[in-house]
Design a protein. Structure first.
Length: 64
């Protein structure tokens, strides 16, 4: 489990759209369509001007 420190959240974007700000002890648990997606995570508040991190995810029908 990642340790972000205190009073911070991970901003999750899927295909460029913000879907959640995830704080310590929480998670994002939603279905996304079966196709290729780009997931991007950044820290909020971003006081150190850190760059977001992205990954391409290929979701297959019936997968978990």
């Amino acid at each position: 489990m990642a340790n972000f420190g205190w009073n911070l959240a991970a901003k999750l974007k899927i295909d460029g759209q913000t879907v959640a700000n995830i704080v310590q002890g929480r998670r994002y648990d939603r279905r996304i369509p079966a196709e290729r997606h780009v997931l991007t995570v950044s820290v909020v508040p971003n006081i150190l001007l850190s760059q977001p991190t992205s990954i391409t995810l290929n979701v297959r029908l019936g997968g978990t």
